[in-house]
Structures are given as structure tokens and as C-alpha cells.
Design a protein around this ligand. Structure first.
Ligand SMILES: Nc1nc2c(ncn2[C@@H]2O[C@H](COP(=O)(O)OP(=O)(O)OP(=O)(O)O)[C@@H](O)[C@H]2O)c(=O)[nH]1
Ligand SMILES: [Mg+2]
Ligand SMILES: [Zn+2]
Length: 375
């Protein structure tokens, strides 16, 4: 399928000074290199108010991402991968030759990604123009494949891009996990084209038999599940095998042991970790920024800051059931074609729950997600 082309109007603000601009300052700012160079397929329209907009041709990918057809002088650029984000617009980029650059994002790219909270994310493949020894300007972000993101109050927030696998880390002790949290992550993974691994950590603190029902539930659904202890090494070989040679991300609540697991898998990493607060049982948000690390046994991994909530984005209520794989065979027994499986009569899903064919905790998790109950 060829990508659809679309014209989009982007708001275009001056870098500095007042927002309204006299006609001459426009050309001046280009000469001074304060604004982005105008590409041949970008047009400035009109004067006055309108001159703050321009039209850019963008292509929509199969995942709905808009890729602007910006003119980039590729010969003057290097390719690299974003390894960490610093502040809102700066990042560290590792060029293909291994050198690290501190880069800012070209302004039009920031403007184009206004529907996303962050224009750039760890894992992004970029084309950047080096400035001096170790600085650069990101000119293009390559189309992303395999993303993990979540909703915030108003926007979609990307957590990481270009990953094959997401390790969803949870613990049976403080902070306790809820099935609905795992299920939200699973939906996020399905949505972003990332294959999930459910990792139940801190197994040294409980009897394994206590965890087996939850672990078995997901394993029976065909998900990769691993029980681990970063403390005594339990399950680490299996975890290593799951992520070996892949691009992966460790995600989950603060304090579940994401950084500890990575340190245990590859001791040289020396990622900072901290104890969970005694009173609240919550983590302390020790990891502050997503950080991409190469793995000595092949592949790379991104350690991310703990998140409190995994809010879904762009998942209409009627789509939620589709992500609960075990519901599928029973939907046909619902009397109403638009059945949400909540209060409706003659519901195939509710009958399947009653007769034990669908695990009740999963059904309850479905209800929570449907009612947007995040706790
Ligand atoms: N008993 C036990 N403690 C663990 C285990 N894994 C991690 N911990 C402890 O849990 C606490 C939190 O670990 P971190 O690795 O900092 O957690 P995190 O998920 O990276 O947290 P954030 O960076 O805040 O998101 C630390 O005190 C670790 O020592 C484990 O398997 N068993
Ligand atoms: Mg951490
Ligand atoms: Zn139903």
C-alpha cells in the first residue's frame, strides 16, 4: 500500500522576540539561521497573521504517523540513534561510528509533532547535522517501528521507539501489581507492535506458589512470562534469553526493580537503584530518564523511569474486548451485537466467566479498563 499524502498546516513561531513579525525580519531570520531552512516543498502563505503558518506535505504511514517530506541535505548529515533525552528538546545521539553527540531537534519537527507530548524519544533513528565536535541538530526522525507509549491528560506520550520487546516488570510485594496494569501494558504493546514479556520480579520475597496462578494465566494465553529475583538471580537466564539479540524496553511502576534487573543481567551497567519507601510501599522514581544501553550478549535495552499509571490512548471502549484474546470465541454468543459484556442479558462473555472458561480476574480487569478506572 502506498503511503497517503496529506497537506498539513503547521504553526510557525519565531525563535525569539515578539510573535508578530514584520515582513523583513522573516528573511533576516533565515539569513541568520535562526529558523529552519525552507525546503522546496514548504510554502509560506500570505502575510501578517497567516505568515505564521506554512504548508508542509506529509506522508501518513500505515501506523498513522505523519512523516513530513522535508528537504534534508543528507550529505551533510550523520545517522544515529537517540540514547537518552535531556530536558524537553535535547538529547544524546550515538552516531553509527559510536561517537556521542548532544543534539537539539530542528524546530519544524517539534512543530509537526504537536499531537505527541515529546517530539523525540529514546530509540529513535535520526539524521542529524553535526555542529562542531560533539553537537548537532536533528533534521529528520525516521519512521518508527515498535513503540511503547501511553496517554497523558491531553496527549499521547511516547516512552520509547524501535523496540521489538517490552519487559513489563511487576512485583507481588510492594508495589503490588494489579492485573489491570499488566493488561493495560499488554494493550499498549499490541497497539505499538511490540511483543510483551511479563516479568514478575522480587520472587525471593514470596512463595513461588503464590505467583503461579497469575503467571499461569498469562502463559496459557500465549504470553512470555518469567519469574525473577534481581537479588538472588532466579530466572535471570530465562529473561536474558528472551531479550538476547533484540531491542527491548523495561517498563513498569517505580520500585519494581527494572534497573536492579538490568544491573543483575549485566553487572557493568551500574544503574542507580533505590529502596522502596517503607510507609507508602512506593518506589522513589530513581531512574529519571529513559536510557538506552547496549547488551554484551547482543541487542540493546532501554531502562525507563517508573510510571504510576499506564493510561491508554486512542483505544475506544468497543475495541478493548479485542485485546482480551480469550474473549474472542465467546463474543458470538452475546445476544446483542454491540454487547459490552457489562449489564447486558444473554452475554457470552459473562456466561464463560461463570462457567470458569474465562478467568474472573481478567474479566474484572476488562471491566476496570472499560470504566477507565486506573487504580
Ligand atoms: N528483595 C528484592 N529486592 C529487589 C529486587 N529487585 C529490586 N529490588 C529492590 O527494589 C528497590 C527498587 O529497585 P530499582 O531497581 O531501583 O527499581 P526501578 O524499577 O528501577 O525503580 P525506578 O527507577 O524508580 O522506576 C531496590 O531497593 C532494590 O534493591 C528483587 O528481586 N528482590
Ligand atoms: Mg530504575
Ligand atoms: Zn456480551
Amino acid at each position: 500500500m502506498s503511503p497517503r499524502k496529506r497537506k498539513i498546516r503547521v504553526q510557525f513561531r519565531k525563535n525569539r522576540g515578539k510573535r508578530t513579525r514584520a515582513d523583513h525580519t522573516w528573511k533576516e531570520s533565515i539569513r541568520q539561521g535562526q529558523e529552519d531552512q525552507l525546503a522546496s516543498n514548504e510554502r509560506i502563505s500570505g502575510k501578517g497573521e497567516l505568515s505564521r503558518h506554512r504548508t508542509v506535505i506529509a506522508e501518513e504511514t500505515e501506523t498513522g504517523e505523519l512523516i513530513a517530506a522535508l528537504d534534508v541535505d543528507e550529505a551533510a548529515c550523520l545517522r544515529g540513534r537517540v540514547v537518552s533525552i535531556v530536558g524537553s528538546h535535547q538529547c544524546r545521539v550515538q552516531a553509527d561510528d559510536g561517537r556521542l553527540y548532544s543534539c537539539v531537534v530542528r524546530k519544524v519537527l517539534r512543530t509537526l509533532s504537536q499531537d505527541v507530548r515529546n517530539p523525540i524519544v529514546a530509540g529513535d533513528l535520526v539524521l542529524f547535522e553535526p555542529q562542531g565536535e560533539d553537537q548537532g541538530i536533528i533534521q529528520r526522525i525516521e519512521p518508527r517501528q515498535g513503540v511503547l507509549g501511553r496517554g497523558t491528560d491531553r496527549q499521547w506520550q511516547l516512552l520509547v521507539s524501535n523496540v521489538d520487546r517490552a519487559v513489563i516488570v511487576v512485583t507481588p510485594v510492594a508495589p503490588h501489581f494489579k492485573l489491570s496494569l499488566i493488561d493495560r501494558f499488554l494493550i499498549g504493546c499490541h497497539q505499538g507492535g511490540v511483543k510483551p514479556i511479563i516479568c514478575i520480579n522480587k520472587c525471593d520475597l514470596v512463595q513461588i506458589s503464590e505467583i503461579l496462578p497469575a503467571a499461569g494465566l498469562y502463559a496459557n494465553l500465549g504470553y512470555d512470562v518469567v519469574l525473577t529475583s534481581a537479588l538472588n538471580g532466579y530466572g535471570l537466564n530465562q529473561l536474558r534469553q528472551f531479550i538476547q539479540g533484540t531491542a527491548s524496553v523495561f517498563s513498569g511502576q517505580s520500585g519494581v526493580g527494572k534497573s536492579s534487573l538490568l544491573n543483575a543481567i549485566q553487572p557493568g551497567l551500574s544503574l542507580k537503584t533505590a529502596q522502596v519507601a517503607q510507609d507508602s510501599g512506593k518506589g522513589r522514581h530513581t531512574t529519571r530518564t529513559a536510557l538506552l544501553q547496549p547488551l554484551e550478549f547482543g541487542g540493546w535495552v532501554v531502562d525507563t523511569p517508573g510510571i504510576r499509571k499506564m493510561r491508554l490512548w486512542d483505544v475506544p471502549a468497543e475495541h478493548v474486548e479485542g485485546y482480551f484474546l480469550e474473549f474472542r470465541p465467546f463474543v458470538r454468543y452475546c445476544r446483542f451485537p454491540n454487547c459490552r459484556h457489562v449489564h447486558e442479558q444473554d452475554c457470552g462473555i459473562k456466561s464463560a466467566v461463570q462457567s470458569g472458561l474465562i478467568a474472573r480476574p481478567r474479566y474484572e480487569s476488562y471491566l476496570r479498563i472499560l470504566s477507565d478506572d486506573e487504580d
